[in-house]
Structures are given as C-alpha cells and as structure tokens.
Design a protein around this ligand. Structure first.
Ligand code: MG
Length: 161
C-alpha cells in the first residue's frame, strides 16, 4: 500500500528572561520578558520545524540548524521554518494542516492568536482554516505555571504530492 499521509509532532521550550524579545511565529508580544536562545528563540517556530522534519523523517532542528553554528546566532526562526518546509517539499510532501498548542502562564496569548495564525498561514502557504493555534496555561503548575518559560506543541499532517 502506498502511504499518502504522514503525521509529525514537535515540542520545544525556552526560558523567559528580561532583556529579550518574545516572538511566537514571528509575532512580537510585549510584556517585558522574552525568550532566551541562540536564535531568536521563537519556541513556536521551533516546534513547527520539528513537526515538519518529524513527519518527513528528516531529523530535527538541532541537526538542520545547529546552535553551535554562528550563522544561526539571532536567526529569524520563521526563515528557518520556511527553509525546513522547502526541504520537506523537496521530498515530495505538501503540508495539509498544522495544529499548535502554546503553553504559557504569562503573558496572555489570547490577544495574539489571530496574528500568530496569520503569520504561520503566510509562511507555510496554508489557508487560515488549516492553521490552528491554541493557548493554554498550566493552572500555575510547573515551570510554565511559574512563568519561567514557554512551551509549544505542534502536530502537522503531510500529504504526498
Ligand atoms: Mg528552540
């Protein structure tokens, strides 16, 4: 039987610290704290990259864009997402949909959900109806609940071209 679909999952965490920008899928949220990382630390973009690479069994973000590589210092992670999508497409897959969960106690994500959705829709060339963004707190439990970091979970489906 010819497999026509693939599913991929991605997960990422970055710490919230003073003096950094907070970017989620390239959308800048205010609030005074930002995400720490070698690149721009866009936790949602990173989880999306791993979901795409996972679905196509192309490894992971650390192998494709090593954080020991100076080229990726301060990198725009949405550009890296675009590059990952190109790699996936080159293997004969097209992205059918993406479903994202952002886990953050603070700041409130809800006011930014539509902007994040539009941003991913644009970069991934998907209809907005195929891009889902959900935001959850952890009821003040754990590192996300204490506001020490933000986590992201992403699932994608790829369809053979
Ligand atoms: Mg990351």
């Amino acid at each position: 039987m010819v497999v026509r679909f693939r599913v991929g999952q991605g997960f990422d965490v970055h710490a919230l610290v003073p003096g950094r920008k907070l970017l989620l899928a390239g959308v800048e949220l205010g609030g005074g704290l930002g995400l720490l990382g070698h690149s721009d630390a866009d936790v949602l973009a990173h989880a999306a990259i791993d979901a795409l690479l996972g679905a196509s069994a192309l490894g992971d973000i650390g192998a494709m864009f090593p954080d020991t590589d100076e080229r990726y210092r301060g990198a725009d992670s949405m550009q890296l997402l675009s590059l990952a999508l190109q790699r996936v497409r080159a293997q004969g897959w097209q992205l059918a949909n993406i479903d994202c969960t952002i886990i953050a106690q603070r700041p409130r994500i809800a006011p930014f959900v539509e902007a994040i959705r539009r941003s991913l829709s644009g970069t991934l060339a998907l209809e907005p109806s195929a891009v889902s963004i959900k935001a959850k707190t952890t009821e003040s439990l754990g590192f996300t609940g204490r506001g020490e970091g933000i986590a992201a979970l992403v699932i994608v489906v790829l369809q053979a071209e």
